[in-house]
Design a protein around this ligand. Structure first.
Ligand SMILES: Cc1ncc(COP(=O)(O)O)c(C=O)c1O
Length: 358
C-alpha cells in the first residue's frame, strides 16, 4: 500500500526570485503583490512571508486581508474590489486595509463612516475601457474631488486595469493607457496600472506601483512567451503518486466511458490525483505527465481522484512520484492542453491537496 499524497510543493525561493525579477523589469515602481484567491492556490500563509519584501499586498476581500495580517504582514494590504457593503468598513479599518473605490455607493459609505482613529488610503479605480469595475471617465474627476474632501479618507491614489495587456502591441491597451493619462493629467497622486502582462510588455504602464499576480508565481501571462524566457521560475509543483500499474491489451479501453482504447499492448499507470484535486478534467488525451522525470501521455478521462497515463518503457514502481505541472512541466502547457488558462489551474487546486513549503 502507498499513501495517496497529492501535494503542491511550493518553492519559496522561487517566489523571492520572481519578486526580484519583477523589480528588475519595473525598476521605478513599487510592487503590490497580488495574493488573492489563496495566493493563486499556493496558500496565503505560506506565500506572504516569502514575499515580505513586496511593498504591499493585494487581495479580493476582507477575509483574505485578515489572513495576510494574521500571517504577520505589517505592510499595506489593499482590497482590490473595496468593501462589498458599508458595514465592512469597520473590519477594514480594524485590519488597516487600503480600499479600492470603484463605485459611487462606496464614496457615500466612506462619507457616512465615523472612525477618527483611521483614515483609509484609497485607490480610485477608473474604467478606461474594460467595463468591469471603475468610474467611467466622465465621472472620475467628481469622485476624486469628493474622496479628497472626506474625513475618513487619507491619501488618494489612482488606478485602472488593462483588459488585453497579454496581447503585445494591442491597440486596445494603447488606447486604455492614453485615456488614463489624459483623464488624470495634472492630478496629484500615485498611479497603478500594470498586471503581470503590463510589467513585461507595457513599460508605459509601470507607473508608481505595479500589481503582478501570475508572474510572482513564476508563470507567463502570454500565450507565446514562456516563463523561463521572462526570467521567472515556477513556484508550484503539483504532484501525485503512482498507485497502480496494469497491463492493458490491444483493443481494451481505459477509464470512464471507455474513452481511450489501447492501440497495442501497453502498461498503464494510475496516478492518485484527479479533478477533485484541481487537475482539469478537460485535459486532452496525450497531455504530458512526468513520471520519474519522463513525459508520459494522459490516456482516458480524468476521474475525481485518479488519472491514467501510458507508461511505455518508463521504469516506474508503486509509490513513485508523478508531476502534473511545475518543475520540468510548465503549467502553461497543461492549461493549453486543457483549453484553459494557467490562472484557473493554480486557483483550482483544492483543499485536500497538501501544501509543502520548501
Ligand atoms: C485589479 C487587478 N490587478 C492585478 C491583478 C493581477 O493580475 P495577473 O495575475 O495577471 O498579474 C489582478 C488579477 O486578476 C487584478 O484583478
Amino acid at each position: 500500500m502507498v499513501g495517496r499524497a497529492a501535494s503542491a510543493v511550493v518553492r519559496v525561493a522561487a517566489l523571492a526570485h520572481n519578486l526580484e525579477r519583477i523589480r528588475a523589469v519595473a525598476p521605478q515602481s513599487r510592487v503590490l503583490a497580488v495574493v488573492k484567491a489563496n495566493a493563486y492556490g499556493h496558500g496565503i500563509e505560506g506565500v506572504v512571508p516569502a514575499l515580505r519584501g513586496a511593498d504591499a499586498f493585494a487581495v479580493a476581500c476582507i477575509d483574505e486581508a485578515i489572513r495576510v495580517r494574521d500571517a504577520g504582514i505589517e505592510s499595506p494590504v489593499i482590497l482590490l474590489e473595496g468593501v462589498f457593503d458599508a458595514a465592512e468598513l469597520v473590519l477594514a479599518a480594524r485590519y488597516r486595509c487600503e480600499l479600492v473605490v470603484h463605485s459611487a455607493w462606496q464614496v457615500d459609505a466612506l462619507a457616512a463612516s465615523r472612525n477618527p482613529a483611521y483614515r483609509f488610503p484609497v485607490w480610485l479605480k477608473i474604467d478606461t475601457g474594460m467595463n468591469r469595475l471603475g468610474f467611467p471617465l466622465r465621472e472620475a474627476r467628481a469622485a476624486w474631488e469628493r474622496l479628497c474632501g472626506l474625513d475618513a479618507v487619507g491619501v488618494v491614489r489612482l488606478m485602472t486595469h488593462l483588459a488585453s495587456a497579454d496581447e503585445p502591441g494591442s491597440a486596445a491597451t494603447g488606447a486604455q493607457l492614453e485615456r488614463f493619462t489624459l483623464a488624470t493629467e495634472g492630478w496629484p497622486g500615485e498611479r497603478s496600472i500594470a498586471n503581470s502582462a503590463g510589467v513585461f510588455a507595457w513599460p508605459d504602464s509601470h507607473g508608481d506601483w505595479v500589481r503582478p499576480g501570475l508572474a510572482l508565481y513564476g508563470v507567463s501571462p502570454f500565450a507565446d512567451r514562456d516563463a523561463a524566457g521572462l526570467g521567472l521560475q515556477p513556484v508550484m509543483t503539483l504532484q501525485g503518486r503512482l498507485i497502480a500499474v496494469r497491463e492493458v491489451r490491444a483493443g481494451e479501453s481505459v477509464g470512464y466511458g471507455g474513452a481511450w482504447t489501447a492501440p497495442g499492448d501497453c502498461r498503464v499507470g494510475i496516478i492518485g490525483i484527479g479533478y477533485g484535486d484541481g487537475y482539469p478534467r478537460q485535459a486532452a488525451p496525450g497531455t504530458p505527465v512526468l513520471v520519474n522525470g519522463v513525459r508520459c501521455p494522459l490516456v482516458g478521462r480524468v476521474s475525481m481522484d485518479m488519472l491514467a497515463v501510458e507508461l511505455g518503457g518508463v521504469d516506474a514502481a508503486l509509490g513513485d512520484t508523478a508531476v502534473l505541472w511545475g518543475d520540468g512541466l510548465p503549467v502553461e502547457e497543461i492549461a493549453r492542453s486543457a483549453g484553459t488558462i494557467p490562472w484557473t489551474l493554480l486557483c483550482g487546486v483544492t483543499d485536500r491537496v497538501r501544501h509543502e513549503y520548501v
